[in-house]
Design a protein around this ligand. Sequence first.
Ligand code: CDP
Ligand code: MG
Length: 167
Amino acid sequence: MNQATLVLVKPDGLKKSLTGNILTRLSETKLEIVATKMARVSRELAADHYRHLKDKPFFDDVVKYLQGEFHDRRKVMAMVYWGKDAINKVRDIAGATNPEEADPVSIRGSFGRITTKGVYENVIHASSDEKDAEREIKLWFKPAEIIVDLYPTKDTIIKDLKTKQWV
Ligand code: CDP
Ligand code: MG
């Protein structure tokens, strides 16, 4: 079954210059990239992305981590991968959440670390099931930024919206 999944190269992945490596590893899946962008991460966006962790003692730190506060990289690379069994294929190559327990040849096993404060800096985010994938993709991307029609949309006319244009 065709699925979509959200992948983020987290700020540690950017700082360690792993983007090319990660894209190469993920290309083993033969999935299609149907959306991609560099995104600044507001506190609100990071907190919403990790809202399932809001009662955990490390919540504040993972929000700061995703915002790039620990890596001097205030951005992530966001992508949507699409194709047969996309969610599990990407999760397999990403590896387990804890980089010390992750398969050593997975992305997280190869490049992740646990900080002295106990945060798992694991280089990459990958959606864990279809419900999460839909929620996360809708959080990070607008319909027009994705080149396939993944979820139902509606047309709205927005008046007096201030937007930047090229001079
Ligand atoms: O990212 P994944 O879906 O594998 O795991 P999660 O349980 O949804 O947690 C999200 C992120 O929080 C992880 O990728 C880690 O960066 C961080 N985390 C952590 O630092 N310490 C934990 N005990 C669990 C998660
Ligand atoms: Mg998760």
